[in-house]
Ligand binder design. Structure first.
Ligand code: AOF
Ligand code: ZN
Length: 350
């Protein structure tokens, strides 16, 4: 009897949770999403797979390969709707049909219009296909999905300031506001980003090299693209010139920079610009997330972490939602999300 019953939803969720776990093995920095797949026959896992990045087989294909003959009559659990397009690789719908999969359960819909529609293709071919959304499946590709939906990368603004919100002293010194633990944490942030953006102002005052290092201090093999925004020339002696993986966008329009980055199939940008760039990007609604390190020091003077936003009254303050608060060494790290820019008085007013 058991085999004739439709599988319980709890089993579907457990299999999807495993598929999402598999997805997590994929690279964080990649043009493609992280996707995992589990092939189950009579409630038993007979194959698993995940996507190793653009150009590699999709998760479904990897899992089908692992399942071999056992894929016939199986249920395929995929963390993302199977693709139905010919991209760098062939359509997963075809692979699933060719393998004789009887049922497909997927968690997240595909926001990439070029690849979406796989569920309908499978149903039209007579395969039962169920959509079971889960928060975990959405979370694993949150930034990628944003980039697909908006046609530009997801932006995290990282800032380090004193307790009174200063990012530099009056004499311009700014390099070591936070302690070593927070500075190490920044490398983890950078390692998750496909590009790091700074303004020409930061370039001139801090001369950052923007290289990403592992916790042991080695340079990361796959460095993010360094992007300088603004019309000021980058000095010949600038540290950023020491490597060729950088570019300058001669514009103050955040969306021009983001378009240039998006064209390179980069989905997540870490904005490390100074107060002027931060203000421009905030006002434009280009920032989705803020990671703020606050040091237990007070300066009393020096530039604030963000420049003038054109706000004159408290009720127009730029509202952020606190999603995490962690002590990092002797500093504090806040992670904040921005409400949709269209909901803020600020974005409407500028
Ligand atoms: C993946 N991995 O496991 C699945 C994806 O250029 P392509 O051929 O690799 O296609 C990329 C698109 O395929 C991707 O943006 C997403 O919409 C869809 N599904 N992608 O990278 C996978 N299942
Ligand atoms: Zn696919």
């Amino acid at each position: 009897m058991v085999g004739q019953q439709p599988p319980a939803a709890a089993d579907d969720r457990a299999m999807l949770a495993r598929a999402v776990e598999c997805a997590g093995h994929g690279p964080i920095v990649d043009p493609n999403p992280r996707v995992g797949a589990v092939i189950a026959l009579e409630g038993r896992v007979v194959g698993e797979g995940f996507h190793r990045g653009a150009g590699h087989p999709h998760a479904e294909v990897a899992a089908l390969k692992a399942a071999g003959e056992m894929a016939a009559g199986s249920t395929a659990y995929v963390s993302l709707e199977p693709c139905s397009h010919q991209g760098r690789t062939g359509p997963c719908t075809t692979a699933l049909l060719d393998a004789g999969v009887a049922r497909v359960v997927y968690a997240a819909s595909d926001p990439n219009t070029e690849a979406a529609g796989g569920a309908e293709v499978l149903r039209a071919a007579g395969v039962r296909c169920d959509h079971v959304p889960t928060p975990e499946a959405d979370a694993v590709n949150r930034r990628w999905a944003y980039a697909m939906t908006h046609g530009r990368p997801f932006v995290t603004w990282k800032v380090a300031a004193t307790l009174d919100g200063r990012v530099a002293a009056r004499d311009g010194s700014s390099r070591w506001i936070t302690g070593p633990a927070a500075r190490g944490d920044v490398h983890t942030l950078r390692a998750e980003a496909g590009a790091i953006v700074v303004g020409t102002g930061t370039m001139r005052t801090d001369d950052p090299s923007l290289t990403v290092r592992t916790p042991s201090g080695d340079s990361l093999p796959k460095q993010p693209l360094r992007v300088v925004v603004g019309r000021e020339p980058v000095p010949d002696s600038a540290a950023i010139r020491a490597n060729d993986h950088w570019l300058q966008v001669f514009s103050h329009d955040p969306f021009e920079a983001l378009a240039a980055i998006h064209r390179r199939e980069i989905r997540h940008v870490l904005l490390e610009g100074g107060p002027t760039v931060a203000a421009a990007w905030l006002r434009a609604g280009a920032i989705s997330e803020v990671v703020a390190y606050l040091a237990p020091t007070v300066l009393g003077s020096g530039p604030a972490l963000v420049g003038d936003l054109g706000i004159s009254t408290l009720s127009d303050a730029f509202g952020l939602e606190l999603v995490d608060l962690t002590r990092v060494g002797s500093d504090v790290r806040l992670v904040l999300r921005l409400a949709s820019p269209s909901n803020t008085a600020l974005a409407q007013g500028v």
